[in-house]
Write a protein that binds this ligand. Structure first.
Ligand code: 4AD
Ligand code: MG
Length: 431
């Protein structure tokens, strides 16, 4: 069959005969007229099969084709405002590639357990398709912005000899008789590569053996981690707000159709432009107390606290200067107030909670050495990291943005399990 085209480009072929290769999304039987919704990965188009215009065998095929059968259709492209997408195909030919029997996901409602078990098929549905298409746009925007702002992509290892974040969430594996861990973050290696390249980023999967079953936690998630030499806490926040705004505005510009499929209120996303408000941890505590939370200085925020702080502002908000005691070992101390550190988290708007963690890193050899001891970390494994403070240490900062939480926020969906093709969670590793 000639002139194979993709549905996303269909407007350019109005009035012409084209071929589309895909799958049957749904069919409406009106007797002598069959309305086939065909999808090809780039979109969905309605194909109209009319008994009076078609050879009997072609019409019989249109009448019998089942949901999710693979098929190749040929027809004339016609503009029609009533058709989903604005165009339809007047069918002239139909070849069934494989006739599907008993597709498990039907247009009726299914429970989440059933859908998760059939994730390999569920991703074909319009809503899941829209979310994953937006994810791909987010990933592209991330790379485009960093690549065009002087950041060099230097990826970091997945198998590591030591921890970066909380040692209780390490996935341990056997490395030829030695324990090794799946990476929680590429940050420590980024701090090495800035010594060679100045501004870098790593981008890949990271792993946390999170025992918590929440809508914000996966055990395997993707993180992009920029790191910058000679940048302080304030400079770090300026980069973050430019970066996050670019990602959101790019999705708004390029994925309007998908956001519409998700019925996303885009007016909220349009507000995501710099500058973002900045508050200290101290101020955040006061805000929570004013809102009636029983929250003490020194505690870490849980999901309800992050939601309450985030909802107070119409765009993402930076919370900086957290207590040193609740943050990771590598955080720089505030020189005037060592009980707080130069850390910063970015909480998304609309109550979505933390999407970025980061801040300024310890530049001093002595302080870092003390911290490694205080956190009971095996010094030997961090010898190379201490080297970075021995040989040309500089003030430096960086951050990690979680892709799935960012996608959930932009899509306006309540659980991050739908933001990655095959989520890994407590109690889920299939399919
Ligand atoms: O705040 P986190 O733990 O920061 C770090 O790992 C730093 N070393 C990053 C850096 O400075 N280079 O994680 C960063 C982000 C969080 O804000 C969140 O978006 C995401 O990673 N994240 C998770 N996403 C899904 N599931 C989980 N279990 C996550 N844990 C963190
Ligand atoms: Mg964090």
């Amino acid at each position: 069959m000639s002139n194979w085209v993709y549905i996303e480009n269909i407007a350019a072929f109005e009035g012409q005969e084209v071929t589309i290769k895909g799958w049957l999304y749904n069919r409406t039987d009106k007797g002598k007229l069959q309305f086939l919704l065909v999808r090809d990965g780039t979109g969905i188009i309605q194909c109209v099969a009319s008994q009076k215009d078609l050879p009997p065998d072609v019409f019989a095929a249109a009448q019998s084709v089942t949901q999710e059968s693979s098929l190749i259709v040929t027809g004339q492209v016609r503009a029609d405002k009533r058709a989903p997408g604005g165009y339809e195909l007047l069918l002239t030919g139909l070849q069934i590639v494989q006739l599907t029997q008993d597709y498990p996901i039907t247009p009726k409602e299914h429970g989440i357990e059933f859908l998760m078990k059939h994730r390999h098929l569920w991703i074909r549905s319009a809503r899941q398709h829209a979310i994953l298409r937006i994810r791909a746009e987010v990933v592209k925007a991330i790379r485009d912005w960093l690549n065009s702002h002087g950041f060099v992509n230097v990826d970091t290892p997945i198998l590591t000899p030591s921890s970066c974040e909380d040692t209780t969430t390490l996935f341990e594996t056997d490395y030829f008789g030695e324990p090794a861990y799946l990476t929680q973050s590429g940050q420590l290696y980024n701090e090495a590569t800035i010594g060679a390249f100045g501004r870098v980023y790593c981008f890949g999967p990271t792993f946390r053996a999170e025992k918590s079953k929440t809508r914000r936690h996966l055990t395997e998630f993707w993180m992009v981690e920029p790191e910058m030499a000679y940048v302080d806490l304030e400079g770090c926040m300026e980069i973050e707000e430019q970066f996050v705004s670019y990602i959101v505005q790019t999705v708004l510009a390029n994925r309007a159709k998908e956001l519409q499929t998700l019925e996303r209120d885009t007016s909220k996303l349009e507000k995501v432009v710099p500058p973002f408000p900045r508050i200290t941890y101290d101020e955040a505590v006061k805000l929570l107390q004013e809102k009636g939370f029983d929250f003490k200085w020194g505690d870490d925020f849980g999901a309800p606290h992050e939601t309450a702080i985030g909802e107070h502002f119409d765009r993402p908000v930076f919370v900086h200067h957290y207590p040193t005691a609740i943050k990771a070992f590598y955080m720089e101390e505030d020189p005037t107030r060592p009980e707080v550190c130069l850390s910063v988290d970015l909480l998304a708007s609309e109550g979505y909670g933390e999407i970025i963690g980061g801040g300024q890193r310890t530049a001093s050899y002595e302080l870092l050495e003390r911290r490694i001891k205080e956190h009971n970390l095996p010094r030997q494994a961090y010898e190379w990291y201490l080297d970075l403070r021995r040989y040309g240490s500089v003030p430096h900062s960086g951050f990690g943005l979680g892709v799935e939480r960012t996608v959930a926020w932009i899509c306006g969906i309540s659980h991050i399990r739908e933001t990655i093709a095959f989520p890994r969670m407590l109690e889920r590793i299939y399919p």
